[in-house]
Design a protein around this ligand. Sequence first.
Ligand code: PAF
Length: 289
Amino acid sequence: MSHPALPLNAATTIADLRRHVADWRADGRRVGFVPTMGALHEGHLALVRQALKAADRVVVSVFVNPAQFAQGEDFDSYPRTLEEDAAKLARTGAQLIYAPAARQIYPDGFATEVRMGGPAAGLESAARPHFFHGVALVVAKLLNQVRPDIAVFGEKDYQQLLVIRRLAIDLDLDVEILAGETVREADGLALSSRNAYLSPEDRRRAGRLNVILAEFALALSEGAPARAAEAEAVSKAERVFDAVDYVTARDAGTLGALPDGPIQGPVRVLAAVKVGSTRLIDNMAVTPP
Ligand code: PAF
């Protein structure tokens, strides 16, 4: 069923979705997929453009996944802007928006869990222990519903990207996971749907996060010992933000802790902080010395 009010093909059920994908497959088309929770911004649209380069037809899902929110988080207030999202996707050239009703994802009697270890351990999981189980569950389901050749996930959620890569290998999902570069505002703030929650004063402070991470990454790439560079970055973040969940340097492939001393291999600096009541995350690659 297509949605008459939207400016591109829309599917709301698994059957509709699969009909579109089957038609493309019958024409020999390569299928790309970008999963989102909607409230689309330039960062999402960059992922869609990347998918359009790697595939002939692109599906974008819009589903605010209750399983990745804990009680008291922003599930109810999360922005829902389906018509604007569809207009942006039509302009960007995506072929299909998949906006399933909750019952398509979690049917009556739903009783399955996906528990993630490995790259899901620590960092985001320390503050949000439910989060990656919920993400892995919905992404496994969406990938199985769409069955794309490629799927694109943003590096802005770097730990999530590694979790999805692990999930795809572990569950034999037969999809190539591509990483999309983080898109930033003029002051370097990573685009995020949650930036809409920031007051003007909080928005100004939020722009400091990428600066602190860039200085941390530079210190490591110039040979500073990991522990001292991290302590300096944490102390800068504590001076600016209302809470600091983590500011840390990790192995870029496993997210394992680093030994002290100058870094040796590929490293990622990652941070999660609170500005007012808004939680921001960001990360950057570090060039080894
Ligand atoms: O990154 C997101 O927007 C979500 O975690 C995802 C991957 C769409 C799963 O709900």
